[in-house]
Design a protein. Structure first.
Lengths: 88, 88, 88, 88
DNA sequence: GTGGTCTAGACCACA
DNA sequence: GTGGTCTAGACCACC
């Protein structure tokens, strides 16, 4: 289950991207593996976000070079995130 | 045994085509010889792919001019692959 | 139903070829149409002939240029027979 | 409406490819335009062929370099066919 | 909505 | 047995 806060300052798609990025960082979805499908993510969030929002979140991760979509197969992890923007 | 990864980014039929192309390249199946039959390939993959998908893989190799199907006989190697996509 | 006479002088495959040639001549199977499949012919003859014999009959018609097999589709009429060797 | 003959010698997917190639040749679908979608083609043929078979027909045209599929958009004409198999 | 991937069967001629 | 044809579905990302 993915918990998102509709009333938070952070946009839903950023929240979702953050959740997925963390999963990737912590190896819950290793490089080369598929992310949950858009439908699965929609279900995992309890329908809190639309498919359009999910797509936006995935675009964020794609822009970061972390994931890549493949027609008919799914969205795949292709790299680990850089160090978390932690205590710099 | 042929190991395919259903959850990989690469479509199953491309994975299978890659495996067979390598076998041809390395002379494990010389020019003029028959490939394993579609049923045998289905078994070799542990039933990971259907015959239709196997056919798609063979179509890839046929499009590359490497193999050719003969009615009631099998699929035969008719040429060696061009140089592997070099690691230059 | 196709009636063949096992005890006739004429070989079974010739008898069968004759039956089929007549059907073609009389337009029961027009040019461009498919003949009954080998299995269907086997059934039509009540199992009186083996598939090998059926194939031989079809080869006769193919040699006469009347029919042509197509992989995965069937055997097709491609021409009408010449005048029957009647009262020459 | 697209008329296909299930019982013809020519495979259904070849018949369909021929129809579409003619449409392209005669400018009914100009270069750069989209072909009817796979679902539309399924309907145009009166459901005579499955989507998989339609795809096979489109693969034929793609192999000839006439069309190209675009994800989520459709299949587009990218070139005119070479001279028709002349009646010389 | 679109095309791309994949399944699990069927029937066919041919060897 | 073999490969070639075809079906009637499914799920996926993408638009």
């Amino acid at each position: 289950m993915i918990e998102l806060d509709r009333d938070a300052m952070t946009p839903m798609y950023v929240q979702l991207a953050n959740v997925l990025r963390d999963r990737i960082r912590h190896g819950q979805i290793p490089v080369g593996r598929r992310l949950p499908s858009q439908s699965e993510l929609e279900a995992e969030t309890g329908g809190a976000v639309s498919r359009r929002t999910i797509k936006t979140a995935l675009e964020v991760l794609a822009d970061e070079g972390l994931v890549q979509g493949v027609q008919g197969k799914g969205v795949f992890v292709i790299a680990l995130p850089a160090n978390p923007p932690a205590s710099e």
